[in-house]
Write a protein that binds this ligand. Structure first.
Ligand SMILES: Cc1ncc(COP(=O)(O)O)c(C=O)c1O
Length: 393
């Protein structure tokens, strides 16, 4: 079968293929500990599930307005206004099936062939995939362990070129667990103010998952709000353990919201009606489940980071946000090591290279699994790494 040429430029998200490989091993009787996929292992809080069921029973089984039901757009506008300290009009909000379509739509709507887009490396692989897909040119800005996975801001500035159309930010970050500090944000804003022609896609899907410092958004900076040229991507998948509902949103300038709505009408028509009502309840209802999940994630973070640091050849920074650890592991190419750990330790994780070339030498562990399983995974990895260290000496 012959596909359109553009399909050759489309990448993928390795987490899903590793999950399939791990599932195939399980089907053959192996016991696998899943630390590969980036989704909370908690169930969606029951009051949110109930709101979704109530909506279905109440007849909310039809198409909704393309950009989302008015009540949800208004609730999102109020939430983003409150958490970022800015004014947001519901007309700036586009509700989508998950946060992912916002990156797809923003890049489709704003990046021309040959345009450059600054992308952190390592980072979520779909950014690069989409930029390549539309014929743009990804320009990578390294996030290195030596620099606590923060940008070298001189390098960031140097990479902004005449053809730069967009920069992508992601804090707290997948896969590193790093965050942009308020100082980083202020400096980045200073750099970006010199380039008012550049759009900013700020992926804030982990905005509620921080362990040390409060959340800081570029969109809170003067001249960089979503009324000008910043697109905030956020959603319900991670914060409310709602990955399977597919519910996310973007907040952006109104003319761009209209273009994104056009892209949505050409693809999904709208977001699932019941999921939108569940999202309304998530925002309006009690937030104690979010706090409980964060409390548990913090305990797991401490467990996995200290456990990894005790393994031979492993060095792991304490993640500041999200639910990923991104240790450096000496002496192994990352792809081979991820395979080895799956085959020999029964631990599924991702090679750092799944997130870009700067991920070489690292593995990504999602600690969205129980403390018991994390401890067992650490034990099993310790055995395999000690054996390979012995074989190498
Ligand atoms: C950085 C980042 N952005 C966006 C998403 C997409 O989230 P959703 O499931 O809401 O589409 C993910 C999911 O893993 C992510 O890690």
């Amino acid at each position: 079968m012959e596909f359109a040429k553009r399909m050759e430029r489309l990448g993928t998200e390795t987490a899903f293929s590793v999950l399939a490989k791990a599932n195939a091993l399980e089907a053959r009787g192996r016991e696998i500990i899943h630390l590969e996929i980036g989704e909370p292992d908690f169930d969606t809080p029951s009051h949110i599930v109930e709101a979704g069921c109530r909506a279905l029973r109440g007849g909310e089984t039809h198409y909704t307005p393309t950009a989302g039901i008015p009540g949800l757009r208004a609730a999102i506008a109020a939430e983003v206004a409150r958490t970022r300290g800015i004014a947001v009009d519901p007309a700036q909000v586009v509700v989508t099936p998950g946060g992912k379509p916002i990156m797809f739509f923003a890049i489709l709507a704003l990046v021309n062939e040959g345009d450059e887009v600054l992308i952190p490396n390592p980072s979520f692989p779909i950014y690069e995939s989409m930029v390549n897909f539309v014929g743009g040119r990804p320009v990578f800005v390294p996030l290195l362990q030596e620099n606590a996975f923060r940008f070298d801001l001189d390098e960031f500035r140097a990479k902004l070129g005449a053809r730069t159309t967009m920069v992508i930010l992601n804090s707290p970050a997948n896969p590193t667990g790093g965050v942009l500090t308020p100082e980083d944000i202020a400096e980045l804003a200073g750099i970006l103010r010199e380039r008012p022609d550049v759009f900013v896609l700020s992926d804030e899907i982990y905005s509620r998952m921080l362990y040390e410092s409060p959340f800081a958004s570029i969109a809170s900076e003067p001249d960089l709000g979503p009324d000008g040229r910043t697109i905030i991507l956020d959603g319900f998948s991670k914060t409310y353990a709602m990955t399977g509902w597919r519910l996310g949103y973007g907040v952006m300038p109104v003319p761009l919201a209209e273009q994104m709505t056009k892209l949505q009408v050409n693809s999904n028509s709208c977001t699932n009606a019941a999921a939108q009502y569940a999202g309304l309840e998530a925002l309006a209802g009690p937030q104690d489940s979010v706090d409980r999940m964060l409390f548990e994630f913090r305990a797991r973070r401490d467990l996995i980071a200290s456990g990894l640091n005790e393994l031979p050849g492993v060095e792991c920074l304490i993640p500041q946000g999200a639910f990923y650890a991104f240790p450096r592991i000496a002496g192994h190419p990352a792809d081979a090591l991820a395979d080895l750990l799956l085959e020999e330790a029964g631990v599924a994780c991702l090679s750092g290279t799944a997130f870009g070339h700067c991920g070489e030498g690292h593995l990504r562990f999602s600690y969205a699994n129980t403390r018991e399983n994390i401890s067992r995974a650490l034990e099993r990895m310790g055995e395999v790494l000690s054996q390979t260290a012995t074989r190498q000496t």
